[in-house]
Design a binder for this molecule. Structure first.
Ligand code: A2P
Length: 336
């Protein structure tokens, strides 16, 4: 990789996460010699907007990735599997949002606030964790470092956009249909999401959703706690953007909510939003558009020894996907 501004490509530029990568590159003034917008052949010739200008989308092919220093992948696992190794072989770095490389020991899984130094260990591919694993690790790593994490229970409230642009649009359509007194239509998801709460919709692995399996594996890897007991239920809610989670943790010793709050207030990437008396706590609507993980409702959990309860929310498209990927790419440039 050269030391001048990098040549960058974005695979999945038309998707929910990919279009947010464009926005985050712009917001963070990411240094660029060139930016190539790529997607499926369906989108070839369409344009996306970057820094106020139209960028023409091309169908991804190996030749489009030649000479790229950094390639962001946000186009699903099959595309990453096919093209990310080509980027690595060509001397570039693939920053991959899909789950295909996340548990590969040769591929670092990185959240900059949690284990940014792992970026140095890459062999041309770096994995961006799952959109729940990222905010959960940002919120809990500081508490683990300060007090030792012994047990974790999580219930998630995940936005439609986490299921891609198609699910977000389906939710919007259903809201209009419901308001018009029509039966809500359904194409991409097994249930009507509008006016509903769905503890599934992901592929099942035995009794667990694929999402539950991913969050547990990735969270343990990020915090280097391979044996941590974790109980989790992942739930899709009729929200456009912003994943939230109710979290219960057990620590090695007794920790007061004030001590936990103090640690979180000093931690990178976190905003403590915690004054329930004035109805102030994290919500998806408030966190949407933000790059910080919001943490609140910090209180004792009297049902377990050394227990604390918290509520966490993050923009699943930004910190849960695009912002984390762009921060990883910034570290790649810093360490080169
Ligand atoms: P396209 O818009 O051309 O289908 P989302 O996560 O919002 O569903 O978006 C998925 C992204 O991945 C879109 O940009 C989509 O492009 C892209 N994509 C899906 N399948 C492929 C593929 N086989 N090759 C390249 N890009 C793909």
């Amino acid at each position: 990789m050269t030391s001048s501004a990098p040549s960058v490509a974005l695979v999945g530029a038309t998707g929910a996460a990919g279009s947010t990568v464009l926005q985050v590159l712009e917001d963070r003034n990411f240094p660029l010699r060139e930016l190539r917008a790529l997607a499926s052949p369906r989108s070839a010739g369409r344009t996306v907007t970057f820094r106020g200008e139209a960028l023409t989308v091309a169908a991804v092919e190996a030749v489009c990735l030649e000479g790229c220093d950094i390639v962001f992948f946000a186009a699903g696992g099959a595309t990453s599997k096919e093209y990310a190794p080509l980027v690595a072989a060509g001397g570039g770095v693939a920053v991959d949002k899909s789950s295909v490389f996340r548990m590969d020991p040769e591929v670092p899984l990185v959240v900059p606030e949690v284990n940014g130094e792992k970026v140095r260990e890459h062999h041309g591919i770096i994995a961006n964790p799952n959109c729940v694993a990222i905010p959960l690790s940002v919120a809990l790593a500081p508490l683990h470092r300060a007090f030792g994490l012994r047990h974790l229970t999580v219930s998630t409230y995940q936005a439609a956009s986490g299921g891609g642009r198609a699910l977000r649009e389906e939710l919007e359509t259903q809201a209009r249909e419901d308001a018009a007194g029509q039966a809500p239509s359904r194409k991409v998801y097994p249930h009507v999401l509008h006016g509903n709460v769905v503890p599934g919709g992901w592929r099942m692995y035995g009794d667990d959703t694929e999402e539950e399996v991913k969050v547990v594996q990735e969270f343990r890897r990020l915090l280097d706690l391979p044996e941590l007991p974790v109980g989790i239920t992942t739930v899709r809610v009729p929200v456009a953007v912003g994943h939230a989670a109710a979290v219960w943790i057990e620590l090695e010793s007794e920790v007061t909510p004030a001590e936990a709050r103090h640690v979180l207030e000093g931690a990178a990437g976190i905003r403590v939003v915690d004054d329930p008396a004035s109805q102030t706590y994290p919500t998806p609507r408030e966190v949407a558009g933000s790059d910080e993980v919001h943490v609140g409702r910090i209180r004792r959990d009297p049902s377990r020894e050394h227990g604390l309860a918290l509520f966490v929310a993050a923009d699943n498209l930004r910190k849960g996907a695009a912002t984390n990927a762009v921060q990883v790419a910034e570290l790649v440039l810093e360490y080169r």
